[in-house]
Design a protein around this ligand. Structure first.
Ligand code: TXA
Ligand code: MG
Length: 318
């Protein structure tokens, strides 16, 4: 049990992390639950606070690209092309790990996920530490990811000593996870860097998004990011509403629109998919806590961050 404090005190955050405690940190994507990635006891506390199964590996957050070689080996050229083009930013690279990375971090896998978050406060924190930070999203396992310090506090109160408050996350969906190869890249999770952006830099981009039986990544589980309330994901919203006339229905839509017998929550009035992504988890939480008994989410356009939004909604609905 801890008294959880929220603030912007980097010295305090650093102190807790150096003592092997867990601190929630802001990133441009979602809040993370961070601990010293090189200390298995500290890392174990992340799994405990989150109730996360140990088969699910953690991403390691670094201060800059020079650190890649300390924690990864046999790094293909494509990794450096990605780094130059997109980092710091919402992209995680899966690379063969160095032995300093504890097995607990990678769940025994031979690869480690490395990421340089694009958030001023967290970059300052990383620069003040002499170890990298292992951090999954700061939500109980399987639930909606947090995009504000308050979201973290709502669910992890008393489980961690400190939440570093960096405001609302600008991107709002998790990093894109890619495996750089000799010839190109393999995408393991859709996220803040769109497929189009990746394809404009590499000829060979393949997808490996679903491993329900043996997931390499929890973001590959068919059910994830899920509210407690029932969520239906569909491209025919009005039809779904009509089959649930007894319910008090909320609809998550892309832009402003109206459906009869439902309250509509548009994610972007100006039809901007990036803005919609940044609002997605906040609105899902709001509806999960509110008076509605059914959430219907409409299918978003399959381009840009629309793909990552559809991916999250699909898993939330499963
Ligand atoms: O944007 C993000 O990536 C956020 C922020 C906090 O950095 N983090 C995040 O962590 O989304 P998490 O743990 O919720 O999701 C990371 C995903 C998991 O599904 C995990 O299984 C996968 O990354 N992952 C981590 N290391 C991996 C590895 N070596 N091989 C395959 N998948 C890996
Ligand atoms: Mg997560």
């Amino acid at each position: 049990m801890f008294t959880t404090n929220i603030g912007t005190d980097l010295v305090k955050a650093k102190q807790f992390l150096e003592e092997g405690e867990v601190v929630a940190i802001p990133t441009e994507t979602v809040y993370g639950l961070a601990a010293n990635a090189l200390n298995p006891n500290a890392v174990a506390k992340i799994f405990e606070a989150k109730n996360r199964p140990h088969f699910d590996p953690l991403i390691v957050h670094l201060k800059n690209v020079d650190e890649f070689e300390k924690y990864a080996q046999n790094i293909p050229d494509s990794a450096y092309i990605l780094a130059e083009r997109f980092l710091p930013g919402p992209l995680t690279l899966l690379l063969p790990k160095q032995s300093v990375i504890p097995d607990l971090v990678t769940s025994g896998l031979e690869t480690v996920g490395l990421r340089i978050p694009y958030h001023q406060l967290t970059l300052e924190l990383l620069n003040s530490l002499d170890f990298p930070l292992a951090a999954p999203s700061a939500n109980p396992f399987g639930y909606i990811s947090p995009t504000t310090a308050k979201h973290v506090a709502d669910q992890l109160n008393n489980k961690i000593p400190y939440i570093l408050d960096g405001g609302s996350c600008g991107v709002g969906v998790e990093s894109t996870i890619v495996e750089p190869t000799a010839n190109g890249i393999i995408v393991h999770r859709l996220g803040g860097i769109s497929l189009e952006e990746l394809k404009s830099n590499f000829k060979d981009v393949s997808l490996n998004l679903n491993h329900a039986s043996n997931p390499k990544s929890s973001g590959q589980l068919l059910s994830h990011y899920a509210p407690k309330k029932r969520l239906i994901f569909t491209s025919s919203v009005q039809q779904e509403i009509e089959t649930h006339t007894e319910s008090n229905i909320a609809v998550i839509s892309f832009f402003e629109t109206s459906y009869s017998n439902a309250t509509v929550f548009p994610l972007s009035k100006v039809k901007d998919l990036n803005e919609a992504a940044s609002n997605l988890f906040k609105v899902m939480r709001h509806l999960d806590e509110g008076v509605f008994d059914l959430i219907i989410a409409e299918k978003f356009p399959e381009h840009g961050l629309g793909r990552a939004i559809n991916d999250r909604l699909q898993r939330a609905a499963y």
